[in-house]
Ligand binder design. Structure first.
Ligand SMILES: O=c1ccn([C@@H]2O[C@H](COP(=O)(O)OP(=O)(O)O[C@H]3O[C@H](CO)[C@@H](O)[C@H](O)[C@H]3O)[C@@H](O)[C@H]2O)c(=O)[nH]1
Length: 251
């Protein structure tokens, strides 16, 4: 079930719902950040939740809010989608991420180094207890993430008594910062100079998804690996080195 050929089918399902049911259904964009520093990986949906930073607190508060609202109104249907680390771009190279100012996230930063907009990548922490000392995340292609939403909507529309349920949207694979750098270098043919820096406050060591629940209950799993994500991100970057702006002055 992939979004390119499935949007029409999903819209038909949506039309089949009564408008009241549709109004009382929601897919909430939550985040793997609600796992805080996980006690165990892969993270399963019923793991203990906590927040390591203010962003994580906003997601936890809103997840709790939706659980309470749904408990008070059992006819509501709620799916909490916990995104892991979305990266990549549409394969056309025409739609991609274009953060304002200095990027906070890894891939947009690497991409700006690759196109010559920044001299080097700051690597935040090489003393984590991982295979190369850098932190581990579960990177997921944005197109897989989009497909996950279609699967969630279909589940929501087809299950009146769903209540409030959380699903991980991740690949189940953990990748270190240095492994991402290497994958991007291979995809782009560009050297990414790095500067070793202290850990960034609020970062956890390792987080990656258990994918079993989404696979079993939504019929969804990620199709793309880190090489595909870097290839598509690079395609976007080389076609649009200044994002949606035409030139360097606006950046
Ligand atoms: O310039 C950079 C940027 C990031 N990192 C490291 O790269 C990893 C990934 O960082 P980043 O891309 O900023 O993602 P996260 O901090 O893991 O957060 C992302 O993933 C979360 C889910 O886990 C989401 O909730 C957030 O919205 C999303 O930004 C971390 O170890 C960072 O320390 C660097 O070394 N240098």
């Amino acid at each position: 079930m992939y979004y390119e050929n499935n949007v029409a089918g999903t819209m038909n399902l949506y039309s089949a719902m009564t408008s009241t049911a549709a109004r009382r259904s929601i897919v909430f964009s939550s985040s793997a950040t609600v796992y805080g520093q996980p006690e165990k990986t892969p993270c399963v949906e019923d793991s203990k939740l906590s927040a390591l930073n203010p962003y994580g607190t906003t997601k936890l508060v809103l997840e709790n809010y939706f659980r309470q609202v749904q408990a008070a109104d059992p006819e509501m249907r709620v799916i909490l989608l916990r995104y892991f680390n979305p990266i990549g771009a549409h394969r056309s190279g025409d739609i991609g991420e274009d953060p304002r100012g200095i990027p906070n996230n890894l891939l947009p930063y690497i991409q700006q180094v690759a196109v010559g907009r920044r001299p080097e990548l700051n690597v935040y922490g090489v003393d984590y207890p991982t295979r190369d000392g850098t932190a581990i995340r579960d990177y997921i292609h944005v197109v897989d993430l989009a497909d996950g939403h279609i699967a969630a909507l279909e589940k929501l529309f087809a299950t009146p008594d769903i209540g409030c349920v959380a699903y991980n949207l991740g690949t189940g694979c953990g990748t270190t910062v240095l492994e991402v750098v290497k994958a991007f270098e291979e995809a782009s043919g560009k050297k990414i100079p790095i500067k070793i820096c202290p850990r960034r406050p609020g970062d956890c060591t390792e987080v990656y998804a258990s994918t079993d629940k989404a696979k079993k209950e939504l019929g969804w799993s990620a199709r793309f690996g880190i090489e595909d994500m870097c290839r598509d991100q690079w395609n976007w970057a080389k076609k649009n080195p200044y994002g949606y702006s035409a030139n360097a002055e606006q950046n």
